[in-house]
Design a binder for this molecule. Structure first.
Ligand SMILES: Cc1cc2nc3c(=O)[nH]c(=O)nc-3n(C[C@H](O)[C@H](O)[C@H](O)COP(=O)(O)OP(=O)(O)OC[C@H]3O[C@@H](n4cnc5c(N)ncnc54)[C@H](O)[C@@H]3O)c2cc1C
Length: 384
């Protein structure tokens, strides 16, 4: 064997851990079942010269300077504030909904009155959730929230999560608040950046170390398994540390059943037109089947390209074992309890380190996945 540690998965979690271990004298082997590095952050330049994010649009955003500095060791970054919108009744309005939304759907006098009443109902506040606005005392303010709820939140959320409007978990509705000004920022973080070239270049630099070797198209579960509470490699007790960033239920052969996820299908298109839509990301709550369209050239504002490439996102139920990716964990009391059973078994195995969005069964943003990877590599360096 020509390695000290095996890392399963070459997304940000696996790649960062591999780098930190290699810098501390370990020989690291990374396996990924996909044919490329970068996990869900993988991007490429398409035949029309446009950088395309294969698994949906990714903007790195964080409040944490230490995390941004870590990313900056392996790539240069450009400030980028993503502009998002929603198309309602044929009009594209900004999201988070803001005062421009009111101007888009109300006549000037009524718009002025509504903003005055919002300021009276939410004095000094810059944002509120749609649920808070739906229960405002003022009837006109409530009606505005109801218009947005009926034409956006409930339609979008039920498509995204495959549930009827009545079954929507209120916590989901808190994620995109209403703004009470003209601010068009989607995120509020201090650092909001895109790589100057690509995420894939960032990964190439991260993995460029003499003690890291990467094998792609390699299914780890053909080699590692858990039997009688022990980690096995090719059927024998595994003597080296394994960092596992795949799905935790798959590692335990679905012993406690498959964890619930939502999946996505991305339909990529190119058209010989200057622009497909007003903003980089537009949600289409009133359309059948798909939730949003991402127009990639609007995520590289400096580069002049003719034609445009865009991706249409279709949410789907996820079935384990079928050729589908688990993207969004469905977090309910019962799924968390089911996950805890897997986690308890995993924690008993000394040389197994389960982490990352799939092994932790969490919806991590990239900065959270990075933070977790730094923490796990610190732990591993102390222990091993
Ligand atoms: C549509 C979408 C948009 C997003 N946008 C943003 C955004 O704008 N900003 C942001 O901060 N975050 C965003 N995210 C989240 C971001 O993608 C994750 O935080 C990040 O990719 C997590 O990295 P990871 O390494 O934990 O997992 P992954 O990137 O999923 O990497 C895990 C890797 O393990 C491999 N693997 C799994 N099982 C096995 C096995 N048995 N054998 C071999 N290999 C295996 C997989 O092939 C995969 O490559 C978005 C996510 C989605 C789905």
């Amino acid at each position: 064997m020509n390695f000290d540690v095996l890392v399963v998965g070459c997304g940000i979690t696996g790649a960062v851990i591999a780098r930190r271990l290699a810098e501390n004298g370990f020989k690291v082997k990374i396996w990924d079942r996909r044919s490329h590095i970068g996990g869900n952050m993988y991007d490429y330049v398409d035949e029309f010269g446009i950088v395309v994010h294969k698994y949906g649009p990714h903007v790195f955003h964080t409040e944490n300077k230490k995390l941004f500095n870590y990313m900056s060791k392996f790539a240069e970054w450009s400030d980028y504030r993503i502009c998002c919108g929603a198309e309602i009744n044929g009009k594209c309005t900004p999201t988070p909904f803001n005062y421009k939304t009111i101007d888009d759907f109300y006549l000037p006098e009524k718009a002025k009155e509504l903003k005055r009443r919002i300021e009276k109902s939410f004095p000094g506040k810059k944002t509120a959730t749609v649920l808070e606005v739906l229960s405002a005392d003022d009837e006109m303010v409530r009606e505005y929230a109801k218009f947005l709820f009926d034409n956006d939140y409930s339609l979008y959320t039920s498509k995204q999560w495959g549930v009827s409007a009545k079954e929507i978990d209120p916590s989901v509705l808190k994620r995109v608040p209403l703004r009470f000004d003209y601010n068009t920022d989607y995120f509020d973080d201090t650092y909001q950046v895109l790589p100057k070239t690509s995420y894939t270049d960032f990964f190439n630099n991260l993995l460029c170390h003499p003690d890291i070797s990467v094998e792609l198209c390699r299914e780890a579960l053909d080699y590692i398994s858990i039997k009688e509470g022990k980690l096995k490699y090719c059927g024998k007790i595994c003597t080296f540390p394994v960092v596992y960033t795949g799905a935790i239920d798959e590692l335990f052969n679905m012993k406690f059943g498959a964890l619930p996820y939502r999946s996505l299908e991305f339909h990529m298109k190119h058209e010989d037109i200057e622009s497909r839509q007003d903003m980089a990301i537009v949600a289409y709550p009133q359309e059948e089947g798909y939730t949003r369209i991402v127009e990639f050239k609007k995520m590289i504002p400096d580069k002049k390209v003719s034609g445009t490439t865009y991706e249409i996102e279709y949410p789907l139920p996820y079935k384990a074992g079928v050729k589908q990716e688990p993207y969004y964990p469905v977090l309910t009391e019962s799924s968390m309890a089911q996950y805890e059973k897997y986690r308890t078994l995993a924690d008993k195995i000394n040389n197994l380190y389960c982490c990352g969005r799939l092994a932790d069964f969490k919806y991590y943003n990239m900065d959270q996945a990075l933070e977790r990877a730094l923490l796990v590599s610190d732990m591993l360096l102390v222990k091993e």
